[in-house]
Every structure is written in structure tokens, then in C-alpha cells.
Design a binder for this molecule. Sequence first.
Ligand code: G6P
Length: 591
Amino acid sequence: MCGIIGYIGVKSAGPILLDGLRKLEYRGYDSVGMATFEGSGITLKKDAGRIDDVAKRERLGDMQGNAGIGHTRWATHGGVTKENAHPHASCDGQIVVVHNGIIENYSELRAALAERGHFFRSQTDTEVVPHLLEEELRRGNGIEQAVRNVVKQLHGSFALLVLCSREPDKIVAARRESPLIIGLSDHGTFAASDATPFLGQTKHVAYLNDNEMAVLTRGGAAYFDFNGNPVRKEVAEITWKAEQATKGGHDYFMIKEILEEPSAMRNALLQDRKAFTEFAHEIASAKKAMVIACGTARHSAIIGKHLLDRVAGKQVEVMIASEFAYFADNLTPDTLVVCVSQSGETADVLDGVRKAKAKGCRVLSIVNVVGSTLSRLSDRAVYLNCGPEVCVAATKSFINQVTVFYLLAYAMRGAFDEGVTELTKVSELLLKAFELNDARAKAIAERFVKNGNAYYIGRGVNFAMALEGALKMKEISYVHAEGMPAGELKHGTLALIENGTPVFLLNPTDYTYYDTLSNGLETKARGAVLIGVGNKNNTAYDEFIELPEVPEIFYPLLEAVPLQLVAYYAAVARGRDPDRPRNLAKSVTVK
Ligand code: G6P
């Protein structure tokens, strides 16, 4: 995780970098820092803490100079301290570096550098890089050659930006496995972990691939492989708008993004019929299809597994991406690997893709970010079209992932157009699900503000929604929440139900209704407060979250909205920031 940004141009770098770091904050927010070249040398300012606090304290926005680099941190190596915040500098302060990724062999490198007299200020893996570069410069190399020589010594993953006071007219960027995008504007050149920090300045981008470097100057960028051979790059155009990545008057991105769900869902349906149907048929005809994903994306895949089975009769396997690697040894080319990811940069998913490709498997992906590493590594991709999602907890991207699975199920049956029509109707009901439950969700969240536990139970496709409801709750409110198959409760977890324990019963009148109701009653008999989620109330329910009526397979989409709202209000009621939950980051680019 961690977000990095660099700018070199004719404008003042300080405000541009600070604004960019605010947009990258979802990638990590425990520390922040910037370094700029101010005429005679490099000025470096950094500290632990949220960006607005550090920016105010250190006056980051006032930093002078037209070239600089910045970093927002999600700690991996070394605690959350000022010293461990980036940028990191060489002993002489002439070279500064920001890094996203993990340098796996840093302890050997660090011991050898210390032996040779280098002084380390932090506990990070990153700090070896400026010291190694310093040695290269002492040997008489320029900064570009120095970076080339150093990256060859690094094991692990990195997106690096390097500024050197001896050559202040350039920023050197290098990438292996961690994302890095170059932005080309009429006033200067950017490099960043994703395009959001410079969307307001330019839509023209170039993507660095693994083991490539870019040398950024005021007038543009030159690209090379790690041996110094020039690489030709196409300039692509980003379609996202800068205002999509702002809160637009709402208190938090999360509520704004929940409210965007109806329109986001309609955008998910804007698929090219032919290409989408081919994608669906590839899954349908695969001898074996394995879907890999993490977090919320995996929950969408579990819903997808149910839908493909029920609607199209196709069985697929869903695996947690970080566990998939342990099954990779025996993969054969007749297994199709389907990845689901909002960011397209999740390290565990990308690791799975690389392992699958090494075994000759074809890889398809369902992804939001166009131009992301996943979309470029895949043989085919379909896009979620939900625009930028900023809140760490996924909301609209989940709706769109699930929508894509519905449409795939229809397309497998040769009914793409029918799918679009039916799903468009459901998209209109998402707003109704919001309106029916906004106040109710708030009241329920506030009723349980003192409870430290919550259980979400459901059967069949609703079990996947139980997982997602519980994940939303725990990640932003820090309430321990568990999502369970309702039928499994009696095999252990029922022991935890006591007087007043909230149990969310995901129970629309679908094929799971009566069995789920019985399981809910079993919890109530043990003191649970039963919160029914469905289209039909029941006298056993202590609270009722009402869903509009839809054909039974569509209920998961409607369940998502109030469950997201309950989690949102639970976080707000506890004084948590739902957009930036502690210890988490949105784009998980480390394994
Ligand atoms: C992180 C985010 C989650 C997300 C997961 C997978 O944990 O906080 O919201 O679901 O990563 O991310 P992806 O970008 O691959 O969908």
C-alpha cells in the first residue's frame, strides 16, 4: 500500500504534491512526507499522523520549488514514527526516495551499508535505497545509471521515485510489481501510484510495466528497461473526472458512494454485448474455472458462484487469492482463472495471476480500474464502470461486481439483453432500498452502539451477503462481526449468543426462507435481538429492514444497501472515520 507522487514542471510543487497526497490517502494514512528541490538543495518534511495535521504543522503546502516527491504511508517495516515516514534520504541528504512495496533483502543490504559507514535514521526497508544510490554517485555515475544499478540489487516489489540535488531537472521512477503511472500535462510531468492525484491536471497517462523506469522532466518522460534500453509507450486517456473523486458535499466518501450505487449499477450494464458474451462463454465452456479475489471482491465472487450455478448451471470454485498460491503447483492449462478486483492492484490477486500464467492458464478479470496491472496482465477484462471509489470499504464497486456476475449468468444463457432489462429495473429499486432504510439503519446502529459483537446469518446466496454485511461492520466500526451460514450456527457459534446479541437474519422470501427463519428463531430463543432483513416482516423480528419486492434471485443487491448503511452509521455513532479505518488501506499492494 502507501501512495507515492512526484511532480516536475513549471508550477510550484508544494501545493500540487499536497493535493495529490490527499487523493492518495486511501492507500495509507499513518504518516506523510514531502521533499522538494528549492534552488540550492533538497528540503524534506515529514511526520507521523493524518495528512491534514502534518500538512498544517509542517506547512507542506508552502514548500518551494518546481520538483518534488511525496508519500503517504501504511506501515510495513518499522513503527509509525516520524523517522520511518518517507521520503528517506542518503547520509549527505542529496538523494531522497519514496517507495511503495517491500524490499525483501533489505536487512542484508542494510548490514553491508552500515559496515561501509552509512548512518541509518529509520527502521524501514526503503532507506537502503538512498544509501545505495549515494554509493553509486560516489562511483561517478549519474542518477539514472545509479537507479539502474541499484534496482538490480533489490528483491521484492517497488515503485520508487528518486530526486537528487545534483540533477534537479529530473525525477527518476522505477517499477517492479507495485503500481506506477506517469501523467503528462502541459505544465509538467507526474508520476503516482494511480491517476487520481493528477486527474484535475491531465488525463494523459502512460503505464510503466514491471522492470521499467521513467525519467521525468518538465517537458515529458522517457522510458527505459532496467538495462537502459529505450521503451516506447502509448499515451492513454483516462475517462474519470476529477470531481468524481471528491466528497461532493457529503460528510464522508462512504455515504456519497452508497448514494451513487443506482447510477453506478446502470454503468455496469454498459457492456459491449459481443465482447461480454464471449467472456461469459469462455467461463461457461471452461473445463474448470476458479475465481480468485480478496475481501469484498471475494464476497461478490461467492454470490457470483451461486448465480452462475442457479441461473446458468455452471459451477465454479471461489478461492481467497492469498490461498490460491498454495494450489498453484498442480494447475493445468485447462483451468480458467477469473479474477475480481476493484483496484486491479491487489498483490495477492496479481501473485495468483502470475502463478496461473506460469502454468499456462488463461486469465480473465472483472476489474474497475482501466489500465491497472490486473487488466494489463489478463487475457481479457470486463470493467465495472463504477468510477473512482475512495472510501476504503468497498460499496458501489461491490454492487457492480455482483451486477457483472448477474449479467454473466444471463449472457451464458444467451439472454444478455434480458439481463440488462431486468437489472436496470433492480437498479431503480436500490434507491428505494436506501430511502426505506436510511433512518432505520441509523436507529439500529445507535441501538447497538454499546454492543461489541454482531452476527449475520443467511443461507445460499444470502450467506455471501452475511459475510459482506459482517465485513462492512467490522472494518469500519471495529465491532466484532461474524457472517455465517445460518445452518452452521448450531455447530459452535450458537454458544456465543446471549441476551441482547444482535443477529442480522438475511431472509428474503427466496428458496432459503423457511430454513433461515428457523435458524433465526433458534437464536432468538437464546436471547438474540433478531433483525430481519427481507421483503416480508415476521412477528419474531425485533427490528425489520425492509426490502422492495423483486424476483427472488435479485435480493442480494438490495440487501447490500441497508447493510452498508448500518455499518456506516455504526462507525459514525462510535466516532470512527468510515473512510479511513485504522490499520487498513484500500489498495493492498503488499502480500
Ligand atoms: C482491501 C479493501 C477492500 C477490498 C479488498 C480487495 O482490503 O479495503 O475494500 O475489498 O482490498 O481489493 P480489490 O481492489 O482487489 O477489490
